[in-house]
Ligand binder design. Structure first.
Ligand code: GDP
Length: 140
């Protein structure tokens, strides 16, 4: 058994609708442990740096505007195969394509306001975790 970590963000559409608790319940029910968590307001420069890999995509500007439109909850999740497991719990990017029982199928408002972010590889997880958290904030 080897535990790995992933970075989760509960996005502004979800914090606005008071869904932090129900999303955390989905995370914990899936066997993932929330080992760090904080509620923050991202500013433009943070959002642009976080989503740098998407800077050539047509929706980059809109995405940064959305991610700064309200508070987000950033989290480190730990578990067996945490990265792919959380991607399963989240569901597909577009809620219309997300499987039943997934967070995005049940809560997302649109392909953009899709309630949660989860790292897409262990390498990106490490980069994204250290973007938001220092070592002493992560207590496994
Ligand atoms: P993810 O890994 O499932 O979050 O998807 P991506 O890495 O492809 O995209 C990052 C985020 O950009 C998504 O979670 C959405 O919030 C947003 N996004 C993706 N595709 C679109 C799109 O076609 N239009 C808009 N407005 N936003 C999008």
């Amino acid at each position: 058994m080897s535990l790995t970590s992933t970075l989760s963000i509960i996005k502004p559409d979800a914090t606005r609708r008071n869904l932090t608790g129900v999303i955390n319940a989905r995370i914990e029910e899936a066997g993932l442990r929330i080992i760090a968590q904080k509620r923050i307001q991202m500013d433009r420069s943070m959002a642009e740096r976080f989503y740098e890999v998407h800077k050539e995509r047509s929706f980059f500007d809109e995405l940064c505007t959305f991610m700064t439109s309200g508070p987000v909850v950033v989290q480190v999740l730990e578990g067996e195969n945490a990265v792919p497991l959380y991607r399963q719990v989240m569901g597909a990017t577009n809620p219309a394509n997300a499987e039943e029982g997934t967070i995005r199928r049940d809560f997302a408002e649109s392909i953009e306001a899709n309630s949660v972010h989860g790292s897409d590889s262990p390498e990106n997880a490490q980069r994204e975790i250290s973007f938001f958290f220092s070592e002493i904030e992560i207590v496994g």
